[in-house]
Design a protein around this ligand. Structure first.
Ligand code: SF4
Length: 318
């Protein structure tokens, strides 16, 4: 198998000031390891605050990792000069309106990305390319002279996608790209991302807060809880046979299309809020909310192990 991106024991802590003298760390990403195969979509899910966005950004080195390793095509890029990799590794943000400069036209936004990497020699070539990319994402070439605020949320996200595609990337972190959008246009954007992937051979890390979004587009899914990756497996397998208690609670919240079956499935509601990543619970971080917690769970961190081929989870029950 061809690993495009790989992280090993990745940690990202942010210092926060508590009072005048005390500084503590937010342990946003704690010891996460996985790889993404070339051409696949790896879905990454978890509640807000679980560290998935921080993980996506650290993996791109938009945040510097606290420790651990990041590999791209097998090359260690943890401390490398990122300029050559920026082109290959792009991001699509959750809130398109906040991520587009309101003073720039759409053409300038897309063109700027190209210019940073000196992609096109002549002005004409550059102009043509901007036009082609806008058409590729379902906008038209006249849109190049307009400003982001003139567009709807869905169209703004198309502009964000055009900007990412402008540099001919291989890998894109899609950071909740549809969460801020109207439900009616969410599937259009997802379909477009899928078409792009087919056409351009892209690899995605697709971040979402619920499993129903990533289900259809991901070949594999990772589940995060409070900075930890708690389960990872093929999408089909993870749905059919979730191993981790937290994954089961997430799955129980996914509506099932067949109402006759809905009676069989009971929604599991977790007690309490997600604990603070400044003082995460000892042992298994999920033990304060887990319906199956045992004394051992508060003492020992469960190892992340492969329980079936390709299906990993971290839980003492397994
Ligand atoms: Fe629950 Fe314990 Fe498993 Fe953690 S290790 S998920 S607390 S049973």
């Amino acid at each position: 198998e061809n690993r495009l991106v790989e992280i090993k024991n990745l940690k990202k802590y942010f210092p926060v000031k508590l009072g005048l003298l005390k500084t503590k760390n937010v342990q946003a990403v704690e010891d996460v390891s996985f790889y993404i195969r070339e051409g696949e979509t790896l879905g990454l899910v978890g509640e807000s605050g679980c560290g998935k966005t921080t993980l996506g950004r650290t993996l791109l080195r938009l945040y510097e990792p606290t420790s651990g390793q990041i590999l791209y095509r097998g090359k260690d890029i943890t401390h490398a000069n990122m300029l050559p990799y920026r082109r290959k590794m792009q991001i699509i943000f959750q809130d398109p309106s906040a991520s587009l400069d309101p003073r720039m036209t759409v053409g300038e936004i897309v063109g700027e990305a190209m210019d940073i990497h000196n992609l096109y020699g002549s002005k004409k070539e550059r102009q043509d390319k901007i036009r082609t990319i806008l058409e590729q994402v379902g906008l038209n070439s006249e849109h190049a002279n307009r400003y982001p605020h003139e567009f709807s949320g869905g169209q703004q996200q198309r502009i964000g996608i055009a900007r990412a595609l402008a540099v001919q990337p291989e890998f894109i972190v899609c950071d909740e790209p549809i969460s801020a959008l109207d439900v009616s246009i969410q599937s259009q954007i997802v379909n477009m991302l899928e078409d792009m992937q087919q056409e351009l051979g892209l690899t995605y890390l697709f971040i979402a807060h619920d499993l129903s979004v990533v289900r259809h587009i991901s070949s594999r899914i990772g589940v995060m809880y409070l900075g930890n990756l708690v389960e990872l497996g093929e999408s089909y397998e993870l749905y059919k046979n979730p191993l981790h208690p937290y994954t089961r609670t997430l799955l129980s919240a996914v509506p099932i299309p067949d109402p006759r079956k809905s009676k069989e499935k009971k929604r599991i509601v977790l007690e309490g809020d997600i604990p603070s990543p400044i003082n995460p619970p000892s042992g298994c971080r999920f033990h304060t909310r887990c319906p199956y917690a045992m004394p051992k769970c508060a003492e020992e961190t469960p190892p992340f192990l492969e329980h079936q081929p390709g299906h990993w989870a971290a839980c003492h029950l397994l």
